[in-house]
Design a protein around this ligand. Structure first.
Ligand code: UD1
Ligand code: UDP
Length: 381
């Protein structure tokens, strides 16, 4: 740790934010004095607690214990509990990650207290305001003083909104994708087929999975918890011609239960998995089916064919750069089956997965180091 480094308060609260904070932590610690505040938006051990140990994150300086609720109640509780802590801490800057309600709350409190605010994963846009995350992204970007964009496309979106231009004092920098750094560092440990059983939960181990002989799926977007959507995507999963391992977010599990949904026979629901186990399941799968921002990018970096259960994506550039092995299929069965036949045809899927998993290499993006340096520079200027 650098003596005299800046005092940074990193506000996290959900699974992907713990993963992003863990990816940045070694670089933040090397140059600054970071602490975590966990809003407690995610609270099941498999959605939150387990990642601290697995990814080497320190215990949070404060656990707000906010939990679930409507968006207004959840964000209001975060604002209420965060404000006195930030008043007491007076950090040199507040750092927020991604686009969740915890990101929004951290940004709002920092902005209202006049604390410098840095946003990691700035500038992403799906251009769909019906998505709760899009609302969060737009607000947080317009409040931030340092906008750390994962790619040029995201920086372009900020320029289009005049952020960092004209009389705005905001600074926009392209720093790369933190999740790519963690994926790059982890991939050597999951090349062996044994990795799909090694760190996985008992429910996954019981399935006796083999490379290339299953599909890995995650579903959690709000739009995919509606009854008609559930009906459509469960049908898609049942018709892919492979057993499906569905690592299910507890909110989606609750929605399935509420609607009395019966899953097709070859769809195996398993609990949320750890980070390394998930990466292994993605790498060794014949294909990935997901609506997750993180999982679709990981599939792209790993070279695994990916069907995205959405009509839009804020990660178009990442998916294109991966060579067209991903397709947006919404919840349309015909599109999904056509994409599966094109990207992971039965005759090639097994050999493709075996070859890919044996040789997978992901180049690091260097985002952690770029973020730590950018913060130092910005606060020093
Ligand atoms: C949140 C983010 C989303 C992100 C996702 C990552 C918002 C608006 N959404 O969605 O952008 O992609 O996290 O996973 O911030 N639940 C549990 N246990 C938990 C957490 C949640 O049972 O540990 C259930 C509760 O029923 C809760 C529901 O999941 O009502 C939804 O949780 P919430 O935190 O509101 O949003 P996510 O769907 O997790
Ligand atoms: N992930 C995980 N266990 C799971 C499902 C996902 O560790 O059971 C990881 C995944 O590998 C990726 C991150 O969680 O690194 C993505 O988070 P999530 O899908 O919850 O949110 P999003 O990226 O859509 O915001």
């Amino acid at each position: 740790m650098t003596v005299g480094g800046r005092r940074l308060t990193c506000v996290v609260g959900t699974r992907p934010q713990l993963i992003k904070a863990a990816a940045a932590w070694p670089d933040l610690r090397a140059r600054h004095r970071p602490v975590l505040i966990d809003t407690g938006q995610h609270y099941d051990d498999g959605m939150a607690g387990a990642f601290f140990g697995e990814l080497g994150l320190p215990a949070p300086a404060h656990q707000l214990g906010v939990g679930s609720g409507t968006h207004a109640r959840q964000v209001a509780a975060m604002l209420d509990r965060l404000e006195p802590i930030l008043i007491g801490q007076t950090p040199d800057a507040v750092v927020v990650f991604g686009d969740t309600n915890s990101t929004l709350a951290g940004a709002l409190v920092a902005a209202k207290l006049g604390l410098p605010l840095a946003h990691v994963e700035a500038g992403l846009r799906s251009f769909d305001r019906g998505m709760p995350e899009e609302v969060n992204r737009v607000v947080v970007d317009h409040l931030s003083g340092l906008l750390l964009a994962p790619n040029v496309e995201a920086a372009g979106n900020l320029a289009a909104e005049r952020i960092g231009a004209g009389r705005s004092s905001a600074r926009v920098l392209v720093v790369g994708d933190l999740m790519q750094d963690l994926c790059a560092a982890t991939v050597p440990a999951v090349r062996d087929e044994a990795a799909i059983r090694g760190g996985a939960s008992e429910e996954v181990r019981a399935l006796g999975l083999r490379t290339g002989q299953y599909v890995f799926a995650t579903v959690h977007r709000a739009e995919n918890r509606e009854p008609a959507a559930i009906h459509a995507w469960t049908r898609i999963l049942g018709e892919l011609g492979q057993p499906v391992v569905l690592a299910l977010h507890p909110g989606t599990r609750q929605a399935l239960d509420e609607h009395g949904s019966v899953l097709p026979r070859r769809v195996h629901v398993v609990p949320p998995q750890g980070y390394r186990a998930t990466l292994a399941l993605e790498l060794h799968a014949a294909a990935v089916v997901t609506d997750s921002g993180g999982v679709q990018r990981e599939a792209a970096w790993l070279g695994t064919p990916c069907l995205v259960l959405r009509e839009t994506t804020e990660w178009g550039g990442t998916l294109e750069a991966a060579g067209g092995r991903a397709a947006l299929v919404g919840r349309d069965l015909d599109r999904a089956l056509a994409a599966m036949a094109r990207l992971a045809p039965p005759k090639r899927a097994l050999a493709g997965a075996v070859a890919r998993s044996a040789t997978a290499t992901v180049p690091p993006a260097g985002a952690g180091a770029a973020i730590a340096a950018a913060i130092e520079d910005w606060l020093g200027s």
